[in-house]
Write a protein that binds this ligand. Sequence first.
Ligand SMILES: C[S@@+](CC[C@H](N)C(=O)[O-])C[C@H]1O[C@@H](n2cnc3c(N)ncnc32)[C@H](O)[C@@H]1O
Length: 470
Amino acid sequence: MQGSGPTARLIAWDVPLHLASNDDFSTVRKLLKSVGFLEQPIAERLQAGPRESQDAVGVLIDLFARAQPIEATAAAALLGDKAQAALQALGLIETIGNSIKATCLLYPFEDLWIASDFPGASREDFVFPALSTQSHQFHAILPDTPCDALLDIGAGAAAASLAAAKDYAATVCASDISTRCVLFAEFNRRLNNVANAEVIQSDVYEALDSRTFDRIIAHPPYIPTLGDGESYRHGGAHGEDILRRVLEGLSKHLRPGGRAYLSTLACDHSDAPLEERLFEMLGPDSSDFRLLVAEWESLPSIEFVMRLVEVGELDFDQGAQQVRSFREAGVTQLVRCAVVVARESGDGSQVMRRVMGQGTGAAELDAAFAASPAEIADLLEQRLVLSPWSTLESTSALSENRWRSFTRVLDCQHPFHFRTDCPEWAAEALAHLDGSLTLREALGQADVDPDDAEIFFECLVNAGALTPTA
Ligand SMILES: C[S@@+](CC[C@H](N)C(=O)[O-])C[C@H]1O[C@@H](n2cnc3c(N)ncnc32)[C@H](O)[C@@H]1O
């Protein structure tokens, strides 16, 4: 763990965890492993109902998943005195009267154990649990392909960093602005005995000098706030403050050929869609990059604010102020999205936008950089394959006592979600696009201008619904 950056502003005065001896870490690691403190047994026991600490894993579940105190002697009989003493030495449990209770959440994550704050702990420097839906979305967009040096900005408890260090990254730097997060992250690094990761305190890139990485990942705070916010979730007036700084620093810190994977929220403006705005944030060297935005959800700005008012996050006056601020800046909608930035040139589109579909993940995001219509010469002569996750929804209307098909909508769920009206000639041709025929052959004698056909099918290639065969 390295020294703090100059703007690090959060002082962790009540971190329960202690960076105790290697022996204590090793004893707790062995305990978690030997009793099988793993995802499936925990899920099964939690589903089964109320507490039942009649064995060691039951004690750990009661302590760390149910946040229940347990009588100290009864727990020691099941965990063993040495293991219980090591849990105490690490600060994972504390004694209250005759009982012990957990000081934080501890859970299995991939092949690691991660400590973070209990959900609902209300504090500015809350250590975000890697089990949250948002963190789950973040982890799902991260490729597990080998890389040399990975930087995780806003690492929190460092679950993504440590999983990368164990599985696919030669070296990892987990950084966070918050002292409390940095201590939890270092604790988790030692608990999991990960030697090729370092934990540093840094305000975005501030403590990194001119270090470069071939992979940069971030799940920055992005909830809009007009006042002072909580550092783990608030991202300035429109939610984009930290995201902007992450993007601005890529020209200095992302190596040629490297990629950045961000899980965030960003704004469409009336005069510019968000993918163009984010591309501009890359700065004067933006022509070195390609950028993909893939949406999970988008909401008109007023609806977004109404949701915050509904859940009591903002009162009515604050909501009205937030709406005014969005209006003045021309914000039309807020988009929860993944952003992938590749430091590479290529003949394909520099800026792309897609919608997440069923099973869209890291592989699909990466593949979007490979196929691009600009690289596909003479589409009519290509053998194209329609995504098998496609359906054609057709509506018929009565005309002269016969049902006649009158609208057709192509819905494709993979690799991205894409819907479009589909003319009859296109629907006929799509049925034959399994890679055995060229597009010209599939169209046959269809009564359509070849240029119109090419434009229609180019859109489908662009959206990933059609893939050229190799
Ligand atoms: C939404 S949490 C994500 C935590 C973790 N990466 C995850 O996905 O579970 C955002 C994290 O960013 C950190 N953070 C906020 N502002 C930051 C900044 N200016 N520089 C670095 N980290 C920051 C917070 O302390 C918090 O840990």
